[in-house]
Design a protein around this ligand. Structure first.
Ligand code: SAM
Length: 278
């Protein structure tokens, strides 16, 4: 079942949090000259136009990047993220970069990337937006399996984004199982897992499984645009980061209150938690 299309959701509050964290992590990891491998297990199309019928239908970007567009505050991470998005646009907000586009703004000539996407149409868009090269592989394969096949990376330095649609409820368990296996093969990689809060219990289970898995140095950053509800729909989303850069939690502790202020309703909230210490 592959009905999820990210074009309906690009630029929403969940994307803002996800891509701000991704950008911060990659900026840090590319400070060292040594080559880095970027593995995007669920890449999507790579680039999105707000003029598309999908974006126009949901207008989710209006609740996310559009609210940040005129940001006049002084938080450096938010300013950097906005500069990144502005780099894909002229004066008006018209396009939004997917995770591969965010990553490729930071990756250097010595780095390598692996982009997985199963949906035939989005894989087509992805390979048009990111032509495969010797250093960039674009695969129409299962990203969970693909990831495990690449570890440990030759360069011994890797940054992984795991961003499934969670259409299939077993994805919540599969994410933890895959990361636990990946960590056994390569414990020093930086792993980022995106998750939606639709049913809080599922996330509590996911957090508990990660804590029990033996993985060390696990941090979580969650943005709630409104409080948890039993009704249908996503009210919050988060990024779990294993082996984050040393300064990421400090950065996120300054970013999260501002994102709540800018993107949330009156009952919005954030969590910035160390799930497992080093
Ligand atoms: N990471 C993207 C970004 O931030 O711009 C968004 C990805 S979207 C949330 C999830 C994508 O995963 C969809 O495009 C979907 O077609 C794809 N997908 C679903 N199951 C997959 C699998 N097992 N392996 C690879 N891609 C998959």
């Amino acid at each position: 079942m592959l009905s999820y299309r990210h074009s309906f959701h690009a630029g929403n509050p969940a994307d803002v949090l996800k891509h701000l964290v991704l950008f911060e992590v990659l900026k840090y990891l590319t400070k060292k000259d040594k080559s880095l491998e970027y593995i995007d297990t669920h890449s999507g199309a790579g680039m999105y136009a707000f003029s598309s019928s999908e974006a126009q239908k949901t207008q989710e970007f209006e609740q996310g990047i559009a609210k940040l567009w005129a940001y006049s505050g002084d938080n450096q991470a938010i300013i950097d993220y906005l500069d990144l998005i502005k780099g894909f646009n002229q004066n008006e907000l018209s396009f939004y970069p997917g995770s591969p586009a965010v990553a490729h703004k930071v990756l250097r000539a010595q780095d390598k990337s692996w982009l997985f996407e199963l949906h035939p149409q989005d894989h087509g868009h992805l390979s048009n937006n990111f032509r495969p090269t010797r250093k960039r592989k674009v695969r129409k394969e299962d990203g969970f399996q693909g990831l495990l096949g690449l570890l440990p990376p030759l360069s011994r330095r890797a940054c992984v984004l795991i961003d499934p649609p969670y259409e299939i409820k077993s994805d919540y368990e599969l994410v933890v199982k895959t990361v636990a296996t990946a960590y056994k093969k390569f414990a020093t990689g930086t792993y980022m897992i995106w998750y939606p809060v639709v049913d809080r219990e599922r996330i509590e289970k996911m957090e508990a499984s990660l804590i029990e898995s033996g993985i060390k140095n696990v941090h979580l950053y969650e943005l709630g645009t409104s409080k948890d509800t039993e009704e249908h729909g996503m009210t919050a989303s988060g990024m779990i980061v294993i082996n984050p850069p040393w300064n990421l939690s400090n950065t996120m502790d300054s970013v999260m209150p501002e994102l709540v202020e800018l993107l949330s309703n009156d009952d919005g909230f954030y969590r910035s938690v160390e799930l497992v210490s080093e």
